[in-house]
Design a protein around this ligand. Structure first.
Ligand SMILES: Cc1cc2nc3c(=O)[nH]c(=O)nc-3n(C[C@H](O)[C@H](O)[C@H](O)COP(=O)(O)O)c2cc1C
Length: 306
């Protein structure tokens, strides 16, 4: 018997718990020739801001040991062009579409969400209060419980779409921030965004990224992501979305066991465009081998000696 991989998160029904992470899958269409997008649980778009943004100057990405650093700086077409040009194409896919929202001020977040609210085909919004690569806003919004709650509370007022708060790991106490966003009305919590980092060219004595600092992602950050998912899943009632260094079915299973209801794959898509297909297959195989009828049964079943 085929296991049931479908999950329901924040009122969004997904055919399986594997989504493409924001910023690593463009607006979806860029991958359409490489990946059967209809097989994905869902995809999260690039961060969308009120006005179009060119982002940071190049070089904007660099490979590191077991990962990569990026400083894209929220390059995107802006919310109006997104609604007009990108959403009609995305809507054609038979997969959940979650739009990642960013802003330099709380008013900007609110306005972007207000415009997206009436747009057909959007299943949910991921509020990015965690970008490390912008001068204003970004992870500053996600580093303090009151400010994080304010962004979620204000955006909550202008939409009935499911709201997912995407948190930064660049904080001392992730649980207090997660709880604050839950209380402010978040329907789910995504973690983690990238860890702040830098890397140097010793010949030129200059940073390798033009932006000097960037966000670290990939396998290097998986243990950090897992501990944050574990702590937050044990402290909030809303579902948790696990992100960070997932490249295989086993990686995804680690997150599900630790308490994530679904996972997102970012850097893995750059390593192997078929990565998410292999992860979905790996989850199915695991359920079959272990006699698990429904994937959601394993969420949070990690055994830890007390
Ligand atoms: C090139 C690149 C661009 C990204 N852009 C965004 C973004 O626009 N919004 C966002 O919330 N996260 C963004 N992220 C973070 C990813 O969605 C994800 O949280 C992070 O990379 C960790 O997952 P991974 O290790 O699977 O890549 C970006 C990551 C990368 C590598």
């Amino acid at each position: 018997m085929r296991p049931d991989l479908s999950v329901n998160i924040a009122g969004i029904r997904l055919k399986n718990p594997v989504l493409a992470a924001s910023g690593t899958f463009g607006y979806g269409t860029e991958y359409a020739d490489l990946v059967d997008i209809n097989r994905l649980g869902g995809l999260v778009t690039k961060a969308i801001t009120l006005e179009p943004r060119e982002g940071s100057p190049p070089p904007r990405t660099v490979e590191t040991a077991a990962g990569m650093l990026n400083a894209i700086g929220l390059a995107n077409v802006g919310v109006d062009a997104f609604i007009k040009e990108k959403m009609p194409l995305l809507h054609k896919f038979n997969t959940a579409v979650i739009v990642n929202v960013a802003g330099s001020t709380i008013a900007e977040y609110v306005e972007v969400v207000r415009r997206l609210d009436g747009c057909q085909g959007i299943d949910g919004l991921e509020i990015n209060i965690s970008c490390p690569n912008v001068k204003q806003g970004g992870f500053l919004f996600g580093s303090d419980p009151q400010t994080a709650a304010k962004v979620i509370g204000e955006t909550r007022k202008v939409t009935s779409l499911p709201l997912i708060a995407k948190l930064t790991p660049n904080v001392t106490d992730i649980v207090s921030i997660a709880r604050a966003t839950e209380e402010a009305g978040a329907d789910a919590i995504s973690l983690i965004n990238t860890l702040l980092g830098m890397t140097i060219n010793v010949e030129t004595k200059r940073p390798k990224l033009a932006n000097v600092t960037g966000g670290l992602s990939g396998p290097a950050i998986k243990p950090v992501a897992l501990v944050m998912v574990w702590k937050v899943a044990g402290a909030v009632k809303v579902p948790v979305v696990g992100i960070g260094g997932i490249l295989s079915g086993k990686d995804a299973l680690e997150f599900l066991l630790t308490g994530a209801s679904v996972v997102q794959v970012g850097t893995g898509n750059f390593v192997d465009p078929q990565c998410m297909m292999k992860i979905i297959h790996g989850l199915e195989q695991y359920c079959q081998e272990k006699g698990i009828a429904k994937i959601s049964e394993i969420v949070g079943t990690l055994e830890v000696e007390k």
